[in-house]
Design a protein. Structure first.
Length: 186
């Protein structure tokens, strides 16, 4: 978030992370869409802190799997946050899938909640098109980054620098789409 704000020249906002506020209960991610989950997280943060809050929900949609793992991306293997197991399961499911059907997209929904009413929120979506490679490559990033090859690139997301990812990734695109609403807060 800081890198995106700095790149846009947006000043006047003090960023705070979850580490900067007292702990609070968050509802489980039960939404059917990234947008529903991001909005629920941002509402929880606003309700607990009284501060405008930005939250993200993101994941990977794979064409050959009818858009799955989708909102289940972080727990695709049955264990939340087990990146190696999630990636291994995905690659196993795609083992015999031909190149032309290995299309995928990273998706990020970012929600901004700045007041208690429904109208005091904004939800945006960013997508990053690509495909799934056969073997993991690269040490950067997390999650499915080592197997996601962005369209037009010869490097996986795990082989890109943070700045390169910010410029084209799903999360970078979603945060950029949120900039007008963030500017309005300043």
């Amino acid at each position: 978030m800081r890198r995106v704000l700095d790149a846009a020249g947006l000043t006047g906002l003090t960023l705070r992370s979850l580490d900067d506020v007292p702990p609070f209960d968050e509802a489980p991610e039960t939404g059917a869409t990234f947008e529903e989950n991001a909005l629920a997280k941002a509402r929880d943060a606003f309700a607990a802190t009284g501060l405008p809050a930005v939250a993200d929900d993101s994941g990977l949609e794979v064409d050959a799997l009818n858009g799955m793992p989708g909102v289940l991306s972080a727990r695709w293997s049955g264990r939340h946050g087990d990146d190696p197991a999630n990636t291994a399961l995905l690659l196993g499911q795609l083992r015999d899938i031909p190149e032309e059907r290995r299309g995928a997209a990273f998706v990020s929904a970012c929600a901004l909640v700045y007041g208690p009413s429904e109208s005091q929120s904004d939800v945006v979506r960013g997508e990053w098109a690509g495909s799934i490679v056969h073997e993991p490559r690269g040490d950067g990033g997390f999650g499915y980054d080592p197997v996601f090859l962005p369209t037009g690139s010869d490097r996986t997301a795990a082989e890109l620098s943070p700045e390169e990812k910010d410029a084209s990734s799903h999360r970078g695109r979603a945060l950029a789409a949120l900039l007008p609403s963030l500017r309005a807060l300043v």
